[in-house]
Design a protein around this ligand. Structure first.
Ligand SMILES: *[C@@H]1O[C@H](CO)[C@@H](O)[C@H](O)[C@H]1NC(C)=O
Length: 411
């Protein structure tokens, strides 16, 4: 009987394809509506019914055909996510910012296009790329315990390798200790900031953690910021995280890309493009990390690192908007109001800039000497021949090319 079922099952799933191979099958929408249209009558029930409720707060039904399609596509992303996570007790809903304005206000939904996740008595805002992949991964993270315990050398090594993430780790006596405050604090940042704890003496010793001490690791930093061990309250830990959470070098991630972009430095971002898998990109990143480590105490400085490999759909858009070649590492300043940008000229060197050269350039950016505005009228300072020669396989129009040349400009 069992054998009969085993042989029948595969055919049930792929009647149309009927290939002999099994084991890789992307889910496709099965047509069953799972996403609720939330209104004043059903929102309370929806909140009670599920462990977790995800509400997309969206613009009113647009008149424009293309935008209507876009909204339908977004709803389909939610449908597919709901389908994939069907047995996880997560509810999904849409809230129209006009028709359901009252409910939105009651629930505290503010930003159109954001997804709000209601879990226990918390609300987590998802302000990232609305794709099913990203969303499923994000929601699975939210379902996990907000604190991960480290109790052996293997877990410790994994912790030490997570250099791209903001991580906190605390050393406590056990579950019934000041650990409780740490756990409560962690819930406020889940899943964006990772919280770890250990009750193990050897692990604590390896990390030089004292009892009840909490350490904060900024991305790419070797040395943590230390919150000394004493009776820490939840609010003290929360404060400490807020103080440190804007990293000197932060990687753009699909799950919170819009939030990162909104956290600009007085209207600009210093953006570095580098593919980690590419030798040049890797080298450049190592230099960038050195610069970040040297300047970690500068609160003015935060560099957004974008690995184009993570955002294939955006690569051509960026190349057009910023007029740069993303097959090579680039660093520049972007004005977030109009996406105007200037890029450090690295085209005439065989080698990548040194950490010192990069630091000088960053200093010029922070002091305003390098900015996106100066080249707006006068564009004859630059050697366009060279730029064209370097980028010619790109076939782009370089009319607006605002390359900054550090050799011309150094006094
Ligand atoms: C960014 O661009 C806007 C619009 O062009 C301009 O008004 C603003 O001054 C620029 N900001 C910076 C910091 O350059």
């Amino acid at each position: 009987m069992q054998l009969f079922w085993l042989s029948l099952l595969p055919c049930l799933y792929v009647t149309s394809l009927c290939s002999a191979e099994q084991g890789l099958e992307f889910p496709s929408f099965d047509g069953k509506d799972r996403v609720l249209h939330i209104n004043e009558r059903n929102y309370k029930k929806a909140l009670k019914m599920f462990d977790m409720l995800c509400l997309l707060y969206h613009e009113p039904q647009p008149a424009h055909k293309g935008r209507q399609k876009q909204l339908q596509m977004t709803e389909l992303v939610l449908e597919l996510t709901a389908q994939v996570l069907e047995d996880k007790d997560i509810g999904f809903g849409m809230v129209d910012s006009q028709k359901d304005a009252k409910v939105a206000k009651k629930l505290g939904l503010e930003e159109e296009g954001s997804l709000y996740i209601f879990k226990d008595d918390r609300v987590i805002e998802f302000d990232g790329e609305l794709s099913a992949d990203t969303l499923v991964e994000f929601l699975l993270d939210v379902l996990e315990d907000p604190v991960e315990l480290i109790s052996n050398p293997m877990e410790l090594r994994a912790f030490e390798r997570m250099e791209e993430d903001i991580r906190l780790i605390g050393y406590f006596k056990g579950e019934d200790s000041y650990y409780k405050a740490f756990q409560e604090a962690s819930e406020r940042f889940q899943p964006y900031i990772k919280f770890f704890a250990t009750f193990d003496k050897a692990t604590a010793k390896h990390l030089s953690l004292k009892m009840n001490e909490v350490n904060f690791y900024e991305p790419f930093m070797e040395e943590p910021a230390i919150l000394p061990g004493r009776q820490l309250s939840e609010m003290e830990i929360v404060e400490f995280v807020h103080q440190h959470k804007r990293a000197t070098l932060r990687k753009l991630r699909a799950e919170d890309m819009f939030e990162t972009w909104e956290d600009d430095l007085d209207g600009i971002h210093i953006v570095a493009f580098a593919e980690e898998e590419d030798p040049d990109g890797y080298e450049f990143l190592e230099i960038l990390k050195d610069v970040a480590r040297d300047n970690t105490n500068n609160p003015e400085l935060s560099i957004v690192w974008i690995d184009p490999d993570d955002f294939p759909l955006l690569t051509t858009y960026w190349e057009k908007t910023f007029k740069v070649n993303l097959f090579k590492p680039q660093i520049g300043v972007v004005n977030v109001t109009d996406a105007d940008s200037v890029w450090l000229d690295m085209s005439n060197d065989e080698d990548l800039p040194t950490a010192e050269e990069l630091e000088d350039w960053i200093e010029d950016v922070l002091s305003g000497k390098v900015n996106t505005e100066d080249d707006d009228d006068v564009k004859d300072d630059y050697d366009y021949d060279r730029v064209d020669r370097e980028d010619r396989h790109h076939g782009d129009d370089h009319e607006d090319h605002g390359d900054y040349d550090d050799h011309d400009d150094s006094d």
